[in-house]
Ligand binder design. Structure first.
Ligand code: C5P
Length: 235
């Protein structure tokens, strides 16, 4: 098994068959572009199991993904894709960098779900990028961009429905997309409490990585609770 890439939260190895990767989820957590680092006990297990469950659910509802199967509690088998170097962020309420950039209170509902793109580049701090710059830089084609937006909004509707049945509201989240060898665009990377904001319905309690970013305490407990609700079925 050859190690191909080690990122902040995951390690990618060659898979058992040609055209596959094995993804290992670590407990390492980073925030603010790697300036804050720690371990969150059990996070790798939570993120692998939550991501696997969500990829299966999305596939069952017609969203093409790179997911092939869960190999162990920390490992996932995925299709090899060429990652499109964009962080695709979908927002339902203002929070985080959006709330700061536009000077609005966190939690302000948005009139419609928003799809935002950032360039995936740690050295530059993942700067916001607009469609014409994506096209000018040749990062994706116009057809790919419209497909990405369509899929992102479809995923948003599906995730909102899934989590609302489990007492959690999807505030925002980040997706990544990749190209299969034939060029088909599929959902890739992960969907987990590391990459989403989830607020408990009723209490507004944050149940995601903001507990770590903002030193709110109860980080491990929040991740375990998300896993319990995701795998436990509708409340
Ligand atoms: O920080 P910001 O408000 O832009 O984040 C929006 C959403 O995207 C959050 O759910 C955050 O967890 C996720 N995100 C991510 N990876 C990044 C940046 C943001 O998963 N590099």
């Amino acid at each position: 098994m050859e190690k191909l890439y080690e990122g902040k939260a995951k390690i990618v190895y060659t898979g058992p068959e040609v055209g596959t990767y094995r993804v290992y989820y670590k407990d390492d957590a980073t925030a603010f572009n790697g300036q804050k680092r720690a371990q969150i006990g059990g996070k790798g297990v939570v993120n692998n199991r939550v991501s696997s469950t969500l990829f299966r659910y999305l596939e069952a509802h017609g969203v093409p993904t790179h997911f092939l199967g869960e190999l162990s509690e920390r490992e996932m088998l995925v299709r090899q894709v060429e990652i499109i170097p964009l962080e695709v962020i979908i927002r339902n309420r203002a929070a985080g960098s959006f709330a700061k950039r536009y000077g609005v209170a966190e939690g302000t509902p948005l009139a419609k779900p928003l799809v935002e793109f950032s360039l995936k580049n740690d050295a530059l701090g993942d700067p916001l990028i607009y469609d014409d710059a994506v096209l000018a830089l040749g990062l994706a084609s116009a057809n790919e961009l419209s497909r990405i937006k369509e899929l992102a909004l479809q995923v948003n509707e599906l995730l909102k429905a899934f989590f609302s049945q489990r007492g959690l509201e999807v505030i925002d989240f980040k997706l990544e997309f990749g190209r299969l060898p034939g060029g088909t665009v599929v959902l890739a990377d992960e969907i987990s409490p590391d990459t989403m904001r989830l607020w408990e319905v009723g209490t507004g309690e944050k149940m995601d990585k903001d507990r770590f970013r903002r030193d709110l305490g109860g980080v491990e407990e929040a991740y375990q609770e998300v896993l319990r609700r995701v795998t436990g079925g509708p409340a």
